[in-house]
Design a protein around this ligand. Structure first.
Ligand code: KG4
Ligand code: ZN
Length: 343
């Protein structure tokens, strides 16, 4: 079964052709990072306009690279939320037009579920449920128990910033650029993770997260190095600021909390495996620490499948479609879409 996946929820325009939810024939990603870099974050209006320019060439390239024809496709899967409304609209409308024109079934996919299914795109897929999924991206930080394909219970989520958002904001404060995750990871290699003992929000007795206090603590620390230090994007910090130590200590604090909460949930829910998903799952410290701490196998997608891409949407589309699920022509975007039931 060949599924065409389409993803336009944020700032990547992507199309992919995936066989049987597992084998990637093509996965074309047109990133807008260079366009948004000058704003220090994603500019929603510009993102949706850029999707309009990129989407058709990206889909054509995905079909060509997969060496298939339109007639070979068996369905179209498209992200319909959560995400930026104007961006989601581009993907959903193009997907509908293709499905209508080619007489194909269409299915709307939850972007968070798509991130989880990136784990089915490499090696032998998970064979047994329940699974514990830590979704850590620029927009989301949640722990889910996945009891079967398509069955999720959310154990907890962030009460303020998402983990990736925290990386992006701190990177901006430290003058490390956008996106912040890879920049902080790189800088942290030269720093001492124990230089600063930043606060960890444990929120005991819950599986919730909070990163805004940590952000304030890093900000205060930076300000100690100079009266009225400028924190405007693009303005260089004085050389006295120990950027590498701050980056390393910040990363350490985020990873500590993500790992401990996941470890506890893995024990409490007796899961068979832990799956990492979303852009922050590309972080190597998080991967190493998780593997060492959790008593069950831990898996994660390769970095290019952790960040937004359409192959993961096609994979999720396949596992939904083989259960008989389809969307109607009334499929619309849902910018604040949730996944699963809440604990
Ligand atoms: O999943 P994603 O591409 O987009 C959303 O759905 O939000 O995640 C992007 C986020 C950004 O915040 C980025 O800084 C973060 O993932 N990220 C990382 C790393 N690579 C990307 N965070 C920490 N370490 C990384 N290596
Ligand atoms: Zn994402």
């Amino acid at each position: 079964m060949l599924i065409l996946g389409i993803e336009t929820s944020c700032d990547e325009t992507s199309a992919a052709v995936v066989r049987d939810g597992r084998f990637i024939l093509s996965n074309v990603v047109a990133s807008q990072i260079e366009i948004h870099r000058r704003y220090g974050g994603v500019f929603p209006e510009i993102a949706s306009r850029q999707h309009i320019l990129s989407i058709i060439p990206v889909i054509e390239e995905a079909i060509e690279k997969a060496q298939v024809t339109w007639d070979d496709l068996n369905g179209v899967a498209v992200t319909y939320g959560p995400g930026l409304a104007g961006s989601l609209l581009v993907g959903v409308n193009v997907a509908k037009a293709i499905a209508w024109a080619r007489g194909l079934p269409i299915i709307g996919i939850n972007h968070i579920e798509a991130h989880i299914y990136a784990n089915w795109l490499v090696g032998e897929p998970p064979s047994d449920f329940p699974l514990l999924c830590l979704v850590v991206s620029g927009g989301h930080t949640s722990l889910f128990v996945m009891r079967d394909h398509g069955e999720y219970e959310e154990l907890g989520h962030t009460l303020d910033d998402a983990a990736g958002e925290a990386f992006d904001k701190i990177a901006r404060l430290l003058g490390l650029g956008f996106p912040g995750g890879p920049a902080i990871e790189q800088e942290a290699k030269y720093g001492n993770p124990e230089a600063f003992n930043f606060p960890r929000a444990w929120l005991k007795g819950t599986y919730n997260f909070s990163f805004s206090g940590l952000k304030t603590a890093v900000l205060r620390e930076i300000q100690r190095y100079g009266e009225g230090i400028s924190l405007k994007p693009g303005v260089k910090l004085p050389s006295s600021v120990p950027v590498a130590d701050l980056a390393a200590s910040f990363q350490e604090a985020v990873v500590d909390v993500l790992v401990e909460k996941t470890r506890q949930a893995a024990l409490d829910y007796k899961v068979k495996e832990v799956l990492l998903a979303g852009g922050v799952a590309a972080n190597s410290l998080l991967r190493e620490r998780m593997k060492a701490a959790v008593p069950v196998p831990v898996r994660w997608p390769p970095p290019e499948l952790c960040t937004d891409n359409a192959a993961m949407v096609a994979a999720a589309g396949y596992f939904n479609m083989i259960k008989g699920l389809r969307s109607g022509w009334d499929l619309d975007v849902v910018p604040n879409l949730k996944l699963g039931t809440r604990r």
